[in-house]
Design a protein around this ligand. Structure first.
Ligand code: ADP
Ligand code: MG
Length: 148
């Protein structure tokens, strides 16, 4: 199932992330696509909040992966912007992260696509007509806009 949402402003994108964080299952992988400044980190900030993680999520660009504990599930936030291939992802222990029963959220997943399973949750974020508008398509999860 693919669902499409339009958000007006960062807060609404975070709110979608919150919703996903509330229902996401252990071992899930979120594969983001979308340009620099699309809102991948904003969405992940909401995801962390939805998982009940107390820390504020920042971009892992220089560290490749940031780990967050203290929520319902651990969150591993990857930024693959600088990776040339999935080999490097395996080198930093991708399979160990998968085995830890947390949530792996992967920015620039297009750089490591062959490491990702069919059942990954795909989150694609595109700019809309207005500056603060984003069109966000999400696969493989229940409707994030539905009531509880
Ligand atoms: P990415 O991780 O995809 O590079 P960020 O989440 O770091 O992007 O940054 C998104 C930027 O776009 C922020 O400066 C944010 O304020 C701005 N923005 C404007 N409208 C939106 C929106 N609807 N959703 C998310 N971010 C938005
Ligand atoms: Mg980012």
């Amino acid at each position: 199932m693919t669902k499409e949402y339009t958000t007006a402003g960062e807060e609404q994108t975070e709110a979608l992330g919150v919703r996903l964080g509330q229902l996401i299952q252990p071992g899930a992988v979120i594969a983001y696509t979308g340009d620099l400044g699309a809102g991948k980190t904003a969405f992940t900030r909401g995801l962390a909040r939805g998982l009940g993680i107390p820390d504020r999520v920042t971009s892992p660009t220089f560290t490749i992966v940031n780990e967050y504990e203290g929520g319902r599930l651990p969150l591993f936030h990857f930024d693959m912007y600088r990776l040339g291939s999935s080999d490097e992802l395996f080198d930093i222990g991708w399979e160990d992260y998968l085995a830890r029963g947390g949530v792996c959220a992967v920015e620039w997943s297009e750089n490591v696509d062959d490491a990702l399973d069919e059942d990954a949750i795909r989150v694609d974020i595109r700019r809309g007509a207005q500056d603060d508008q984003r069109v966000i398509s999400v696969t493989n999860v229940p409707d994030l806009a539905a009531d509880e």
